[in-house]
Ligand binder design. Structure first.
Ligand SMILES: Cc1ncc(COP(=O)(O)O)c(C=O)c1O
Length: 385
């Protein structure tokens, strides 16, 4: 039996509708989108258009403002490198994923962009006041994760967004860990750039991502990739319209067939149910494990902070990688040990030197039985309560 608890990396299993849509495309169509006038090329184009339309419905935003990317990292690079210019100042947090920290470090080292990295408070929160205090006349961009991929802590996005808006800077959100786990009205939120993977909570296949560009950001963001779009082919300048401006090169049509099918299964009601279900599962697991003296649970408890279904722990006497191997080999549990590409969280926890933590992340397919098996296995390895 396989118990998959690495949904923060990518969700598994994908729904049958996703697999079917990808197979139908590969078997029966197989053409590139937007590149030819024959019927299968038009059918491929429709797959892309339909996926965009459905994504706009799920995210409550203008679909023509959604760009397809190849993963979350791709969208985050486009956002950061596309907006920042020499002399700009950026505000972010130390808890960001390396897909935010590394492009920012690159800009700092190469093009004189300065970066303020805020350390979250003891409950893992970056308050709007802390953001306000960091803003300067040179701040062009504030980029913050919606939820941590190590501790699951959720940031007060709307309040931060209002603070950034009143200053005039652009607000970018890394929603890699919350998309598909919580409902959001991207179009009405005080968010200028919203980036996520398509292959995590949204349930699409690997190689997919979504990037929303709001009207305030539109004229400030340059493409980071230039090339064929299937439009204005006589011109060697990049088209200026959304989404073509940011979608050079062939799109991942099989991936978008799958992503479209995954998004078709999402409604606000389903997302609200997921959120409640995951909250209940996390609270119960936390309660069961908190009694076990050999187990260290990291970050604020679910009573102290709003959290998604991501939990990090260590068991005394085991290195995180050793624990991961034991859980995999003897209990069929697949989770992830290490620093999770978020070294700043591990600095905050003081777990860098000891190999990080063991992380379990929930997805929509996780059942209460899976959770019971996880809790029993961890308690057994820890030597009982
Ligand atoms: C918070 C966060 N941001 C960005 C990413 C990068 O997403 P992707 O793996 O789709 O490139 C991840 C991936 O785990 C993540 O957890």
């Amino acid at each position: 039996m396989r118990y998959y608890f690495d949904n923060a990396a990518t969700s598994f299993p994908k729904s049958p509708a996703v697999l079917a849509a990808m197979e139908v495309y590969q078997r029966e169509c197989g053409a590139a989108a937007g590149r030819g006038g024959y019927r299968s090329a038009i059918a491929a184009g429709k797959i892309v258009d339909d996926c965009r339309t459905i994504a706009g419905r799920v995210l409550h935003c203008d679909a023509s403002r959604l760009i397809f990317t190849f993963n979350g990292t791709d969208g985050l690079n486009q956002a950061i490198l596309g907006v920042c210019r020499p002399g700009d100042h950026v505000v972010t947090t130390t808890w960001e994923h390396n897909s935010v920290l590394r492009p920012l470090r690159y800009l700092e080292d190469r093009v004189e962009v300065s970066v303020t990295r805020l350390v979250p408070d003891r409950n893992g929160q970056v308050t709007p006041d802390a953001i306000k205090a960091a803003l300067t006349s040179k701040t062009r961009l504030v980029i913050v994760q919606h939820a941590s991929n190590v501790l699951g802590v959720v940031q007060p996005l709307m309040e931060i967004g209002e603070a950034v808006r009143s200053h005039g800077a652009l607000f970018a959100v890394d929603a890699a860990q919350t998309a598909g786990h919580r409902s959001i009205t991207v179009g009405d939120a005080p968010i200028d750039l919203w980036i996520t993977s398509g292959h995590k909570g949204l349930g699409g296949p690997l190689g997919t991502g979504l990037f929303y560009i709001g009207s305030r950001a539109e004229e400030h963001i340059e493409p980071r990739r230039w090339g064929g779009t299937g439009t204005y082919s006589e011109d060697d300048r990049q088209p200026t319209e959304l989404p073509d401006r940011y979608e050079s090169g062939n799109l991942n049509v099989p991936g978008l067939a799958g992503l479209g099918a995954a998004l078709s299964e999402l409604t606000d009601e389903i997302l609200t149910q997921r959120q409640q279900h995951e909250r209940a599962l996390v609270a119960e697991l936390w309660d069961q494990l908190a009694h076990c003296s050999a187990i260290t649970l990291y970050g604020p408890s679910p009573q102290e902070a709003d959290r998604i279904g991501v939990i990090s722990l260590n068991i005394a006497g085991f290195a995180p990688h050793e624990l991961a191997s034991i859980l995999d080999e003897h209990y069929g549990i697949e989770g992830r040990a290490g620093l999770h590409c978020a070294p700043g969280v591990h600095r905050w926890l003081n777990t860098i030197e000891t190999g990080g933590t063991y992380r379990m992340s929930l997805g929509p397919m996780i059942t209460t039985e899976d959770m019971a098996h996880l809790a029993r296995s961890l308690i057994e390895i820890a030597g009982g309560n």
